[in-house]
Ligand binder design. Structure first.
Ligand SMILES: Nc1ncnc2c1ncn2[C@@H]1O[C@H](COP(=O)(O)OP(=O)(O)O)[C@@H](O)[C@H]1O
Ligand SMILES: [Mg+2]
Length: 352
C-alpha cells in the first residue's frame, strides 16, 4: 500500500523481501528476492535506490545496520530496534513521560513467580520479540496457569504485565518529516476479536481531551525518537481517563487503514511524503470511518458482497493463501462527519 501511494506521487518503488510473491512485489517497479542477511544483495539494493523505508517491523535490525552507511534509511535503525522489543519499548515510553501498564522483565521461572507476586493476577505474560495478533502471549488467571505459559512462550526473556481492565483501546499515528514537521491523524478506537484487530472506528468516540492526549502522546514519542516517517501507538484508555501506552510501531499501522479512504492524504501517502522529504499536509479528513479487517478464511468470503455495497471502500491484498487468522484485506465504510459520535454503537456501522 506504500508502493501504491508512492506510485501516485510518481515514485517507483523497489521492494526487497525474502518471499517472491509478497503483495508489495505485485505492485512494485523493481524487486529483489533475497534473505535479509544477504549483504551483497543489500549492497546492490542500496545502490539502486535513493532512500529506504520499511513497512514491517520484523526486518532484522542488522539489515538496517548494513544499509544505513550506504543510503538514507527513514525511519532509522533506532526506531526499528525499539519497536521490535517490548522491554525497550516500555523503557522508551516511560523515559518520554508516558505511563505504561505495571510490568516486570521475566528471564527465569523464579522471575515469573516474583513478578506474579508483585503484580498479582490476572496478568499477561508476553514474549518481548516477534509477537503479533496475540501470538506470543498468555493471560494468567490462576497460579496453575504459570507452568504451561512459561513452557510455551519463546523466545525469552518474557515480560509480565498487569492485566488492564481498560474501557477502550485507542491508537494514534504521527508522521514526522526530516525538517521536524509533525502531523497526527484522528485518534482511533480499536476492537479486537480473538486478539486480532477486528474494527477501527475514527474518530474514536471519546471526549475531545482524551483524543487530543492520544495524539499528543504519539507526537511526543516521534519527537523523542527524532523519527522521520510514521509512528503508531496503541493505548489502553482506563475508566479514570488515563491513557497507558501499550505497543508502538514505526510504520503504517492496521488501525490507520481507514485514513486511505477518509483523508485526502492517508497514512501511506504521509509515510511516503515523510520518507521522500515532501511537505506533510494536514490529513484533510473528510469522512468518519469504520474499518473492518477481512481475516481469513471466513470473513474473506464476504468480499463479493462488500464489493457491491455503496459507501464502502474495499481493499484486497493479493496474499497467496487464505490462511486461518491471516489479514487478507479490509473494508472501510465512509460516513458523514459526526456520524460516529452520534451513533449509540458505532460498531454497528461496520461494513459487513
Ligand atoms: N496488559 C494487558 N491487559 C489487558 N489486555 C491486554 C494487555 N496486553 C494486551 N492485551 C490485549 O491483547 C491485545 C494484543 O496485545 P499486544 O500487546 O498489542 O500484542 P500484539 O498486538 O503484538 O499481539 C491488546 O490489543 C489487548 O486487547
Ligand atoms: Mg498490538
Amino acid at each position: 500500500m506504500s508502493a501504491l501511494a508512492a506510485a501516485k506521487l510518481g515514485y517507483r518503488c523497489h521492494v526487497f523481501a525474502p518471499e517472491p510473491d509478497s503483495p508489495g512485489m505485485q505492485v512494485a517497479a523493481a524487486r529483489t528476492v533475497a534473505p535479509y542477511e544477504d549483504a551483497a544483495a543489500l549492497a546492490a539494493f542500496a545502490a539502486a535506490v535513493d532512500v529506504v523505508t520499511f513497512e514491517f517491523e520484523n526486518v532484522p535490525a542488522a539489515t538496517l545496520d548494513v544499509l544505513e552507511p550506504l543510503v538514507p534509511c527513514r525511519p532509522g535503525v533506532q526506531a526499528l530496534r525499539i519497536g521490535q522489543d517490548r522491554i525497550l519499548e516500555k523503557r522508551f515510553a516511560e523515559s518520554a513521560g508516558l505511563q505504561v501498564a505495571p510490568w516486570r522483565e521475566v528471564a527465569t521461572r523464579a522471575d515469573l513467580d516474583a513478578a506474579v507476586a508483585a503484580l498479582g493476577l490476572p496478568a499477561v505474560l508476553k514474549t518481548t520479540r516477534l509477537g503479533y495478533d496475540g501470538r506470543g502471549q498468555a493471560v494468567l488467571r490462576a497460579p496453575e496457569d504459570l507452568d504451561a505459559a512459561w513452557a510455551r512462550l519463546a523466545p525469552r526473556p518474557l515480560v509480565l504485565e498487569a492485566f488492564i481492565p481498560f474501557e477502550r483501546e485507542l491508537s494514534a499515528i504521527a508522521a514526522r518529516g526530516a525538517d521536524g514537521a509533525l502531523v497526527t491523524f484522528a485518534a482511533t478506537e480499536n476492537r479486537h476479536a480473538r486478539h486480532i484487530l477486528d474494527l477501527s472506528i475514527a474518530p474514536a468516540p471519546v471526549p475531545e481531551g482524551i483524543a487530543a492526549a492520544a495524539r499528543a502522546h504519539v507526537a511526543r514519542l516521534a519527537e523523542s525518537l527524532g523519527l522521520v516517517g510514521l509512528l503508531a501507538l496503541e493505548m489502553f484508555l482506563l475508566p479514570d481517563g488515563r491513557l497507558l501506552a501499550n505497543e508502538m510501531a514505526p510504520r503504517p499501522h492496521n488501525s490507520g487503514h481507514w485514513t486511505m479512504d477518509a483523508c485526502l492524504c492517508g497514512q501511506f501517502e504521509m509515510h511516503v511524503r515523510a520518507v521522500a522529504g515532501l511537505p506533510l499536509p494536514d490529513p484533510g479528513q473528510h469522512h468518519d470511518a469504520v474499518m473492518k479487517n477481512l481475516v481469513g478464511p471466513d470473513l474473506f468470503g464476504r468480499w463479493a458482497a462488500l464489493a457491491a455495497q455503496p459507501g464502502v471502500a474495499l481493499h484486497l491484498y493479493g496474499k497467496a493463501e487464505a490462511r486461518e487468522g491471516r489479514k487478507l484485506g479490509h473494508a472501510t465504510r465512509l460516513l458523514p462527519g459526526g456520524a460516529v459520535a452520534a451513533a449509540a454503537n458505532p460498531a454497528l456501522l461496520a461494513p459487513g
